[in-house]
Design a protein around this ligand. Sequence first.
Ligand code: SF4
Ligand code: SF4
Length: 276
Amino acid sequence: MKKWNLIVDVEKCENCYNCFIATKDEHVGNDFPGYAAPQPEHGHEWVKLHTFERGEMPMADANFMPTMCNHCDEPACMKVAENGAVQKRADGIVIIDPVKAKGQKQIVDACPYGAIYWNDDLEIPQTWIFDAHLLDKGWTKPRVEQVCPTFAIESVKISDEEMAGRAQREELRVLKPELGTKPRIYYKNLHLTDSLFIGGTVIDGKTDDCIDGAEIKLIKGGQEIAQTHSDCFGEFKFDGLPLQEADYQLEITHGGRSAKHECRVSSSAFLGLISL
Ligand code: SF4
Ligand code: SF4
């Protein structure tokens, strides 16, 4: 059985808001009986953009991530819904019935991802429906994917086994896996939102020139945990480190010269110029 999944590459998202706007365009003022009642003009972010800033100049990055209903296989929202107001379709999509869900505010509170919004006027919970109304008419992809200029969003309709294989091969992750909700929205490069980096610039202590190709070892608790080389600007970066306070040691070698550098970091850090 093939089911829908969405893969979002955080590294490719440029925060252009096209996915947010396309969802507004599709739903504000438009009624899709059986799928979704009109979205209010203000207040709802069925597709929501998040910003994550790391580091400090001259080594800093800003990363962006859209979130939406995860179309969970174990949906917390469905567990509290009465009268079958939340349904899991055979193709993996979760739909909050706009008629049956009237008055059921507990559905909003049940979602651990904050993906459901309460429509005050209609008194119903609402969320992103994966454009099920369009897919059922033969569309091959949801609008969020269609409008993304950087190809950061990809929808795939494949078996759960194929998806599990792809997730493993491409190191895809879901949000809050510990909850056991089994999301169908997968993220690539999620480390850009929940890990830290350590970087610096290696220079020649005599000439102040950048050193290309210096070998840098990252050591934690006496164990080497990573190795890299400086680039033609003398820069190096270790990314994907746990976002918690820790002591690290750097061992830098090049052309028979070496240096050691110790640091304690709790967030992404640029260590500045390191002379050899
Ligand atoms: S993300 Fe929230 S609203 Fe969507 S299926 Fe999961 S629990 Fe339900
Ligand atoms: S459309 Fe694509 S690039 Fe633009 S905000 Fe959405 S995911 Fe990011």
